[in-house]
Ligand binder design. Structure first.
Ligand code: FAD
Length: 287
């Protein structure tokens, strides 16, 4: 049986308390939310934090989904299952429903959190592509105050994020715009598995022309989980099959997939193009 190395355990009762505990225990302390990524890593000794700061008691501060000032605000402690069931989130952005239905299984979704998913920074993580497609903003808090970071700058590399030592991811914010449609397409080897490849699309159309496009990609080596060149191709064009196929081609061209147990690189590149095309078509149909 694999067991983690010994560690101190503290349960935070507020965000302020969690930040104090992080400062007290220093850079070797780690936050634990759902624990679905961190605990397996600790059991394998890939992570050996000296202290775990449990933030599961902070639902009042970090577990809400609201609309504030024209933005959808999703707390970092919102569970996957809560996001899946939240019509506040899924009515304006069905991309959340598409993605959450195929993230892991109900056991993981009942416990795993939005913040934990993003902070884990796994290159195959689904919500990173979703929030990249949505041009979302991450709110990070430390002892010195809060700052916002575009989600497209949040991931600094595999398993590396903009959340520094002593800081917490607090919230994700998504601008709510009229005339927007969204969708997510994923290929997985079996139900509940990580993606072989997946693509999210968000389109805003005004007067028959795409005024804003968002494309998110995961598991295919897309820099910062997005496809800006394909978005640029779409902006200013009317939505349509030809434009979507070309955007998929451009998105795939800028990916750098790696061959692994989930498939060869050329298959993943093919999926990047095809899933982008399908997500765009579904998003346009939902406007
Ligand atoms: C069997 C299985 C299948 C899975 N399948 C998928 C899948 O198909 N697609 C997918 O995208 N994911 C998948 N996952 C990953 C799952 O979604 C994540 O493990 C989970 O959501 C991470 O969230 P958590 O709350 O459990 O994070 P934790 O494990 O608690 O934390 C993960 C990391 O984030 C840090 N952290 C957590 N919250 C914060 C915060 N608020 N501020 C700063 N740092 C924080 C922790 O310190 C840790 O480093 C799967 C996981 C399992 C176990």
């Amino acid at each position: 049986m694999q067991v983690p190395a010994t560690f101190e355990y503290e349960r935070a009762d507020s965000v302020t308390h969690a930040l104090e505990l992080l400062e007290r225990y220093g850079p070797e302390a780690r936050v634990v939310a759902g624990g679905h990524s961190l605990i397996p890593m600790m059991k394998l000794r890939l992570a050996q934090p000296e202290a775990l700061i449990d933030i599961n008691g902070l639902a009042a501060e970090l577990g809400r989904i609201t609309v504030e000032g024209g933005e959808l605000a999703i707390g970092a402690l919102v569970r996957h299952a809560e996001l899946l069931e939240s019509t506040t989130a899924t009515d304006p952005f069905p991309i959340f429903r598409d993605a959450e239905r195929v993230i892991a299984d109900p056991i993981v979704r009942n416990r795993g959190t939005v913040g934990g998913s993003l902070c884990q920074g796994d290159p195959s993580e689904d919500l990173s592509a979703v929030f990249a497609a949505l041009h979302a903003t991450a709110v990070i808090q430390g002892q010195g105050g809060t700052r916002t970071v575009p989600v497209r700058q949040f991931h600094e590399g595999p398993y590396e994020t903009a959340v520094g030592p002593g800081q917490l991811l607090i919230q994700l914010r998504v601008p709510v715009t009229l005339g927007t449609g969204s969708a997510y397409e994923k290929v997985e080897r079996r139900v509940g598995d990580w993606p072989v490849a997946a693509a999210g699309a968000v389109l805003t159309v005004e007067d028959g022309v795409i005024t804003r496009a968002g494309i998110g990609l995961t598991a295919v080596g897309a820099a910062h989980f997005c496809a800006p060149e394909a978005e640029e191709h779409l902006t200013g064009r009317p939505p349509g099959a030809e434009a979507f196929a070309e955007a998929g081609r451009i998105a795939a061209e800028h990916c750098a997939p790696s061959a692994d147990q989930r498939g060869p690189a050329d298959y993943k590149r093919h999926l990047a193009a095809e899933l982008t095309r399908r997500a765009l078509a579904t998003a346009a149909g939902r406007i």
